[in-house]
Write a new protein. Structure first.
Length: 247
């Protein structure tokens, strides 16, 4: 199976340019973070990037406008990582309409538990936007079955009990958990949080259907030369392709 490369970037004034770089570097799905004042799932790197984006005046309306204008020039699918407060403030019906107009493939809403995700889906049965499920290492087997049964787009498995970008070893049960989820899922199962290096990617993608890389990519777009960032992105794509070939 083709291994999915899902890079994350912050929705800032440069995000369309960065999306094009990611797409040209082999990203399958690009995760665009919507700046938010209280991002409970984000670590310090992404929080700082979000704060800078807010200071630039970026909000969900700006992101929708830019995606709508440039959707035909981005070859990868893209999802928004947002929070339920932003959706509520925008209005659910209007939000889903704007997503469709902007070409958004899916939504990741980390502060919305499974039961409320299902209620949101039920209120909008005809939407064309996938609502992506997250599964933590602490999730029970029964709950995994429920989430997997209702999953759309892909399942995002959180590799550790922490916020994004934190250093430390992945959860010792990670690979077993991913295998268990894959046995129940009918969509790809990817892993994210704390993945930075080619070694991480090689290790985790032996069982996962792909990887999400966030903080490392946000840092590189912020601090590295464009050529260095592209070289890193290409190395991740190559690593994923090599794992796929060797399976």
């Amino acid at each position: 199976m083709h291994k999915l490369f899902i890079p994350y970037i912050m929705g800032n004034k440069n995000f369309i340019e960065n999306m094009k770089i990611l797409s040209e570097s082999g990203a399958d799905i690009i995760e665009v973070g919507v700046p938010f004042s209280d991002p409970v799932a984000d670590g310090p790197v992404i929080m700082e990037a979000g704060n800078k984006a807010i200071q630039q005046g970026v909000n969900i309306a700006y992101i929708f406008d830019e995606l709508t204008t440039h959707r035909d020039s981005i070859n990868s699918q893209y999802v928004l990582m947002t929070y339920i407060n932003i959706i509520n403030h925008y209005g659910e019906d209007a939000f889903f309409d704007a997503c469709e107009k902007a070409g958004v493939y899916g939504l990741i809403i980390p502060d919305l538990p499974h039961e409320l995700v299902q209620q949101l889906k039920d209120r909008h049965p005809h939407r064309k936007v996938n609502i992506i499920s997250l599964i933590a290492m602490t999730t029970s087997d029964e709950r995994i079955n429920q989430i997997a049964e209702n999953a759309e787009g892909f399942i995002y498995t959180v590799t550790m009990n922490a916020t994004t970008g934190e250093n430390g070893k992945f959860h010792p049960e990670l690979k077993r958990k991913i295998e268990k989820i894959k046995n129940k899922a009918h969509v790809p199962v990817v892993a994210g949080f704390g993945i930075r290096t080619k070694a991480h990617v090689n290790d985790i993608s032996e069982v996962a259907d792909g990887v999400v890389i966030g903080s490392e990519i946000v840092k590189r777009f912020e601090h590295d030369q464009k050529e260095q960032t592209i070289a890193y992105l290409n190395s991740i794509r190559t690593t994923l392709d090599d794992v796929q070939i060797n399976e």
